[in-house]
Design a protein around this ligand. Structure first.
Ligand SMILES: Nc1ncnc2c1ncn2[C@@H]1O[C@H](COP(=O)(O)OP(=O)(O)OP(=O)(O)O)[C@@H](O)[C@H]1O
Length: 226
């Protein structure tokens, strides 16, 4: 499904991803781990450009439209699935079954807010769940997520990850929680200095194998990079 061969990604002269090769098959659940600044988001954004029309992407930046309601932001996930006129109708005067779909999705993500509330009024964790709902509402076979649960408490994060995994055959996700990566994902890819330093089935890994991918200090890559 995805083949990256000797991939190098740079910002200006600075190489962030270096000569990286990675294959991911349909049906895999892959956690990408690594210290802050190591290149996870850069890699994930590139993976999304490769899979584009087959994948839903929940980026770290969220990309919510602050002045619009929860419903409108979530409905945007469906824009590519419907005709322009149908979308316009639903954005102006939403159909009851679309409201029900969005409402059920928000409930499944434990997002208990009025659908007509503007997202600028929401907390960080609520905004994160709106962004997640919008990605799930794309109803793609592959989910690409970049720290989608970073501002949520661990119990809620586990429930949300279960929702993501049950709705997508293939999941590629950056995670900052070692135990969650081991418990929920089949395969762990660990990045260090823009290269793959670990690529193994989670069933053969213990938390101590992952310490290096969660403990390094911010800025360690920039000391070595490009
Ligand atoms: N638009 C950009 N222009 C220049 N440098 C960038 C840009 N985006 C990221 N970088 C740099 O590239 C490196 C990798 O960034 P990236 O966001 O991919 O790391 P990350 O592993 O996802 O980090 P974090 O876990 O903190 O989100 C960092 O040193 C970052 O400062």
């Amino acid at each position: 499904m995805l083949r990256l061969e000797a991939l190098t990604l740079s910002y200006g002269d600075r190489k962030v991803i270096k000569d990286l090769s990675l294959s991911i098959e349909q049906g895999e659940k892959v956690a990408i781990v690594g210290a802050s600044g190591v290149g996870k988001s850069t890699l994930l954004a590139h993976i999304y450009t490769q899979l584009n029309s087959q994948a839903a992407y929940c980026a770290q930046s969220q990309g919510l439209v602050d002045g619009l309601s929860v419903f409108h932001n979530v409905y945007m996930g469906a824009l590519a699935r419907h005709h322009f006129g149908y979308n316009l109708l639903n954005l102006i005067r939403p159909q009851t079954h679309r409201i029900n779909e969005v409402s059920e999705l928000c409930s499944a993500l434990l997002l208990d807010v009025a659908l007509n509330k503007t997202v600028s009024e929401l907390s960080g964790g609520q905004r994160q769940r709106v962004a997640l709902a919008r990605a799930l509402y794309q109803q793609q076979s592959t989910f690409i997520g970049d720290e989608s649960f970073s501002s949520l408490d661990p119990v809620m994060a586990q429930q949300l990850i279960a929702q993501v995994l049950s709705r997508h055959p293939t999941v590629i996700m950056v995670l900052h929680d070692c135990q969650m990566a081991l418990n929920y994902f089949d395969r762990i890819v660990g990045l260090q200095d823009g290269e793959i330093a670990l690529d193994a089935p989670s069933q053969i890994l213990q938390p101590e194998h992952l310490i290096a991918f969660f403990d390094r200090k911010v800025g360690s890559v920039s000391d070595n990079g490009g």
